[in-house]
Design a protein around this ligand. Structure first.
Ligand SMILES: [Zn+2]
Ligand SMILES: [Zn+2]
Length: 446
């Protein structure tokens, strides 16, 4: 059950990789991106290239394992009422980020329920960990319409490194055509003291889960004797591993998004559209994207772009050891330790490294905001995802600063004279180009 092209784009979108719906990147290129994104979400570059599951030791809960609250509302929801508190393997599989933690605190539902397929996928991997904590070893991940699903039998849990367990599984997917074969297995495991657990999933989530399993199968050494592991009704079952899946941080997202080439096909040899927000390799790609880009392009026609120097912090704050927690920052225990160490030993605000280059050199919408008051001295500039938060400082260029503040005060241009949205491009570590006199079309509010 491979993902269709629109489904692949949708999965990439929720992981944080934005491609236009009209993209002409060939299917193999799209699939490669999804594979890279899933690998990044599993921190694979920190793991060995091959997991010799026979040589790795069995995973054991860390001695410091504490019972803790469920990391996301849906982790709790999927466990159901009245079940025991979160077990150690689920703890090790819970890798949320700050945004989700804040949503939990405010009692909201977290990522969009059953629309964010990446959040759904993470919930499914956590559900497997939870099943193991509960002493069970089989699951059917299936859609509510019962038209597709994956049977999963847990073979073992091994320790890849101090923070990373891996669940070794035998699995097979089923559609309506093959449902009878899947049902025989389900019936086999539905009895007994630790019966099969049903995990509800959307069809798209099931496809992405299969993509994850297929991708991870490459981690296992070649020539592994799978037949030995198979039980009744498991003739066509494949072996793979499930690793903790985390939301990507900005560095990973920036790496996956970086594409200096054509907006449509990714070809490197490309030229800017007259609006200077996107690049195209030629007429064919430009025409293919015309419907999607026309309005933006027109709104930017003859706009005035100015080079704007930006700083990491307002003047006078350079000595501060501030740490702005981003809603995409990871909050699992290992990440928390790393963040604390970074804050304590990290650079002062004045020496902060340049923000990640999430958009390459393509255009993005920036929000510009001044503090309320009679004589502003700096403008805060940030993007919707807050991958960057930088400052335009009056003393760096008083004339340009005045232009920007005036723009905010124009009727229909800014909001209350203190903020406005503008198209911007990154032109250097600490330099942006901002189209100062054109309001982005549509209702931009964040
Ligand atoms: Zn192209
Ligand atoms: Zn354009």
């Amino acid at each position: 059950m491979p993902l269709t092209r629109p489904e692949t784009l949708q999965a990439l979108h929720f992981i944080g990789v934005e491609l236009p719906a009209t993209t002409r990147i060939p299917d193999v290129g799209l699939n490669r991106r999804l594979r890279d994104a899933l690998n990044a979400a599993q921190d694979k570059d920190t793991l060995p290239a091959t997991l010799d599951i026979n040589a790795l030791k069995k995973w054991a809960p860390p001695s410091s394992a504490r019972q803790s609250a469920p990391s996301t509302p849906r982790a709790a929801a999927r466990r159901g009422e009245g079940e025991p508190p979160q077990g150690p393997l689920l703890d090790a599989f819970s890798r949320g980020n700050a945004g989700e933690a804040f949503q939990n605190m405010s009692g909201s539902n977290g990522p969009d329920l059953y629309t964010d397929v990446f959040a759904d996928l993470r919930q499914t991997t956590m559900a497997l960990a939870n099943i193991i904590d509960a002493g069970r070893s089989t699951a059917h991940v299936g859609s509510s319409a019962e038209d597709c699903g994956v049977n999963v039998r847990i073979v073992s849990v091994v320790e890849v490194n101090e923070h990373t367990p891996a669940i070794v599984v035998l699995y097979r997917d089923f559609t309506i055509a093959t449902a009878a074969e899947g049902l025989a297995w389900v019936q086999e495991h539905f009895r007994g003291p630790a019966p099969l657990t049903k995990v509800h999933a959307t069809p798209l989530e099931i496809k992405l889960f299969l993509k994850l399993l297929d991708t991870n199968a490459a981690l296992l050494p070649e020539g592994h004797d799978v037949a030995k592991l198979r039980g009744p009704h498991e003739d066509a079952y494949r072996l793979s591993v499930v690793l903790p899946v985390a939301p990507l941080d900005f560095t990973a997202v920036a790496k996956l998004n970086y594409n200096p080439g054509c907006h449509v096909c990714g070809k490197r040899d490309s030229k800017y559209c007259p609006c200077r927000c996107l690049r195209y390799c030629g007429r064919e790609c430009q025409t293919a994207d015309r419907a999607a880009h026309k309005q933006t392009c027109k709104s930017l026609d003859k706009g005035v772009w100015k080079a704007v120097k930006v700083r990491a912090c307002p003047p006078g704050n350079e000595h501060m050891r501030a740490f702005a927690l981003n809603r995409y920052d990871r909050l699992d225990p290992a990440a928390q330790r790393r963040i604390l160490a970074e804050v304590e030993s990290g650079p002062r605000a004045g020496d902060a490294p340049p923000p990640p280059s999430l958009y390459g050199d393509a255009g993005f919408i920036a929000k510009l905001q001044v503090a309320l008051g009679p004589a502003p001295t700096e403008i805060m500039v940030y993007d919707k995802r807050r991958s960057m938060q930088v400052y335009v400082v009056a003393e760096d260029d008083a004339e340009l600063f005045g232009l920007l503040v005036d723009e905010m005060k124009k009727p229909g241009s800014g909001y209350g004279g203190v903020k406005m949205y503008r198209w911007a491009r990154r032109t250097g570590d600490w330099e942006l180009e901002i189209c100062i006199d054109r309001q982005p079309i549509g209702q931009v509010m964040w």
